[in-house]
Design a protein around this ligand. Sequence first.
Ligand code: XIL
Length: 373
Amino acid sequence: MRAKYSIIFFVVVVTAISFYPGKRISAQQILPPLKEVFKKDFLIGTALNSMQIYEKDAGPVKLIPQQFNAVTAENVMKAAEIHPQWNVYQFEMADKLMDYAARYRMKVNGHTLVWHSQLPVFVQHMKDADSVMRFFVDHINTVVGRYKGRIYSWDVVNEALEEDGTLRRSIFLETLGEDYIVNAFRLAQKADPKAKLYYNDYNIEQPLKRAGVIALVKKIQAAGVRIDGIGIQGHWRYDAVPLQYIEESIRAFSSLGLETMITELDLSVLPGPWESNEADINKTARWNERMNPWPDALPDTVAQIQAKAYASLFILLLKYNQQVSRITFWGVNDGQSWLNDWPIKGRTNYPLLFDRIFLPKHAFYSVIETRRK
Ligand code: XIL
């Protein structure tokens, strides 16, 4: 009888230990850190949400500084959050992010100064050029000025191009005219001369849109204004990473004297509702069951294909480690990825290197392996 109870006790204890979150954390402690593995190649970044900035989410508290040496605010530096009303700025969260990054010696990429999405309500319906100009100048000067000398880089302009490479008909183009982009870089450069200045967008590895970026860069450079690099967002599908176009883009940007970054990397495993692979947050689709094939777990076969896709991408980026300066994942783990709610709300996606309990997936190890080969 005693022996029976001892066995039951043993089983209960072992089971309890294996589910105890502390064990996961200690498993993470012995993981090879991405930031060390790729130290000679590029910065390895992640996007942080507010729970993570405040270190309220126990899961990734140790994992984030252990794995990453660069951070981007997922939302808290966007105009709607940091500049909610005329003459009202809310810097609390962004300040916290800066403190967090300083504490763990991480580089901060400011995301983002000029973008048509996540604009404050008071700007969204502005029609007259004077008001938009006042907002534009004040916003750039105030936000860049606040973090002057402390921030590593800024996504000065985000998503200013249409898929065909022409300028997006955003509020900025419509009211300020096409010079707004050169002006944004000029203002940012003046407000913090040492910060690196980037243009950031999705699908710009695609030839037509890439040609649009090249034209933009030439215009900025011809005006005698500085631009340091191009951020390719990298919201791709696990079975369709456009390797050839990425390679051509790195070469093209480099021949203009620019660094390239992958700034918002995630490889979605879910079906897309449209033919094209756009990442416009304003375009959404309706939920249906077919669009959410794996609500409970990611099938291992899919996880393996995703791991291969991540490896092929890293092998390519390693070939260009002189031209590529940073790779940032758009989130830490699958559970907090924006792709669970975009473009369709309430799905279960698995786009990152860590699973919902912050354990490394096949993709994590396949990425690490690319440097060991
Ligand atoms: C996304 C965030 O991840 C979400 O939390 C938010 O609700 C919408 O924006 N391109 C960008 C990012 O430049 O800022 C977007 O981030 C994703 C697409």
